[in-house]
Design a protein around this ligand. Sequence first.
Ligand SMILES: Cc1ncc(COP(=O)(O)O)c(C=O)c1O
Length: 289
Amino acid sequence: MNEITLGEGSTPLLRAPRLGERYGVEELWLKWEGANPTGSFKDRGMAVATTRAVERGVTRLVCASTGNTAASSAAYAARAGIEAVIVVPAGAIAASKLVQVRAVGGTIVEVEGSFSDAFAHAEALASEPGSTFVNSGGSEDRIEGQMTVAAEIAEQLGGAPDAVTLPYGGGGNTRAVARGFEELVSSLPALYPVEAARRPDTVASAIRITEPVHERWVHEAVERSGGSLITVTDEEILDAWKNLRALEGVFSEPASAAGIAGLAHAEHEGLVVCIVTGHGLKDPAAVGA
Ligand SMILES: Cc1ncc(COP(=O)(O)O)c(C=O)c1O
């Protein structure tokens, strides 16, 4: 097998005592996924999806994206020597993520409408010969790759944490994290996926998704885990984003701070891990706000 990798995974797990104190969490840890090769957790799944696509003779990756899947698919396609076509809702994507795509030769197709419109368009493009769909909503490979974060967290801590919070967009990552803990660690922490109240136009551009493809699985996993689904305002996200930077020196993108904002609403005890999903340089526009 010709493995297509950029060195994804093995990201830092950082103790966050000052942030923990701010949110009343005794033992808080940050799983820093912004340290992945293209700056987000998407790389874990894209490495698996691209490797398997190349094995099947695919010559074009197709996806719809709020930005990070775009950056990741373009980079892994370049690495594999194949094409990447990325469909995005016009005007809704952070500029730096589009730069990441163009820098490695990916093709961007803008459509008017929402992420769901972009998703439908990408599905149609992916049905053309030689193409494959690499959204987590259409690719088990993506989910399987993203499951690895659960095993890593357990390895780094010496066991599963009591609770995990993470941002919730389409729900693929929540689904992958739940499966990872259940299948690779045999212990499911209380899960707290955190969504933005202003889903279609939240400041957290990476989670501007109104119809989460994985919604059913997210609800089932949350119930099995004893956690809950949390909704936060943009003000709470921006406040958490600032706290994460100022108190721990971790510069994430705004969407990634949703999991931190959720701490104020989660009924957690003991050791909590927040999955901080993407790097701040990808979406820095609101820093001055
Ligand atoms: C930085 C970031 N965080 C969180 C998410 C949400 O992940 P999911 O759509 O798998 O729920 C995304 C999705 O694009 C993202 O880019």
